[in-house]
Write a protein that binds this ligand. Sequence first.
Ligand code: NAD
Ligand code: WQD
Length: 337
Amino acid sequence: MKVLVTGGMGYIGSHTCIALHEAGITPVIYDNLSNASARVLDQLEKITGTRFEFILGDIQDEQQFKLALKHTKAEAVFHFAALKAVGESTEQPLRYYQNNVSGTLSMLQNMQDEGVNHIIFSSSATVYGEPDYLPIDEKHPIRATNPYGWTKVMVEQAMQDVCNANSQFMGIALRYFNPVGAHPSGLLGESPNGIPNNLMPFIAQTAVGKRDVVNIFGDDYDTEDGTGVRDYIHVLDLAKGHVAAFMQHKTDTAFHAYNLGTGQGYSVLDMIKAFSASANKDIPYKIAPRRAGDIACNYADATKAQNTLNWHAELTLSDMTNDTWRWQTNYPSGLES
Ligand code: NAD
Ligand code: WQD
């Protein structure tokens, strides 16, 4: 069976292509390379022994996307393609709505036209906004606090409405918590452009000497050590969650949403400590002011995925930091270097 993977050259999409391949499903990658290196394809080949089919294309290009669906005869779309920088989304909201929302709406139309009735969408825990309670389950109210978050809320709503209107259609929204880690081969991982916004790549770049010091954004939160707590999940576990969700629902219709997290929260200081152990060196850090818009604590109730998909995260915090360190030392400047 073939599936089309939009954004399949990116961080989470590329790891999911490996998991799909391992499950006997053939991924065809559709990506405009706006935030990925063409060398990902070589790395995927080294890891899997297979050269995946790659279409250089944009989800906003209706004709090209339609052709890709026709050409590949894909039975489902795994939809990772999106812009994902929260700060940038507040500065360039229309670009985010255009790419993430309009792009997806035109995909959904094309999918319906071509009779491709299954979509698995990369949503985010950001759709819960500031948590009313912890751990967060899927019944928690949906809202957003920035344009990026609204793009996820809007796409989920559109998917639900399409499922309601079209009794053949099936949509799955996977709400990721904080994806981290890299492929254990050290060949594939996350390499953000410029200064990383997210904690783990910032720690990794500090450990490798590219950055001087990790700024801890606030140590006066109402958490055990005062620093922010998040539910970090290994990208390999996340990738397997996609396969589990698809296998469970591939003959179903309707809309389904799942949290993909570990259910375990770690603080910023926990992350720095764990990374120090993997890198076998001290990682310099200093306390900085809180970052605007941050919340103290966020972690998943992932029992719905456990009970319905028979999936749970298996990898540990040290797997996350060991694998990230291996990737970071192999490719300190990412794949373009
Ligand atoms: P990424 O930037 O590494 O991957 C996204 C890929 O999509 C890139 O390869 C990029 O080139 C491609 N792309 C972007 N716009 C496109 C377009 N118009 N047409 C075709 N390709 C396009 O990001 P990622 O971390 O792998 O995230 C994948 C998905 O998961 C995104 O939808 C993101 O919003 C979501 N998500 C990510 C996180 C996270 O922390 N990484 C958390 C929650 C949800
Ligand atoms: C984690 C913790 C920071 C950097 C973001 C998006 C979210 C989702 C995942 C896509 C927080 C602290 C961070 C640093 C720090 N993306 N921190 N120093 O904010 O939970 O989520 O990425 O859907 O939408 O908002 O992740 O990695 O940025 O921060 O102290 O240099 O690390 O304050 O407590 P976040 P993060």
